[in-house]
Design a protein around this ligand. Sequence first.
Ligand code: ADP
Length: 153
Amino acid sequence: MEQTLVIIKPDAINRSIVGDILSRLEKKGLKMIGLKMEHLSEEILEEHYSHLKDKPFFPRIQAFMRSAPAVLLVLEGNNAVDVVRRMAGVTHGGEAQPGTLRGDYSLSIQNNIVHASDSTGAAKDEVKRFFKTEELHSYEKIDSTMIYSEDEM
Ligand code: ADP
């Protein structure tokens, strides 16, 4: 099954909506296999946002992402990368569809509540970047027979 990385960003922590976000992802049927809180370092953010490193707003993103701890999450499920990306919504919270996390909780292009891996390749790299192997948990979830049909498991 596919794995994807979610970062619940400092704006969500400050706005006390971490529980809501976790609840929405859980209720979708996604399985949490890794979960922790961490104050992200400059180095890890430079690696994670390397595609934005030359943008004039990069220092602002970095300051925002370091302004409070983040909650890091690895989710597993069929097509998890695409599913979570669509649950997150487009980058700008003010443009994201209602019903998405960004669409329901954000009006900002920067303070947009969550990060979600944008491809299976990126997900593999990002899970490795933020989680040690021993921080990921393998277990049978008892509701999986209700979430998937037999041929989907
Ligand atoms: P996404 O998070 O939707 O994959 P990007 O990878 O383009 O989007 O950007 C990473 C993060 O950088 C965004 O989620 C947002 O927090 C921030 N960001 C992107 N573009 C801007 C911008 N023009 N101004 C400020 N922050 C931005």
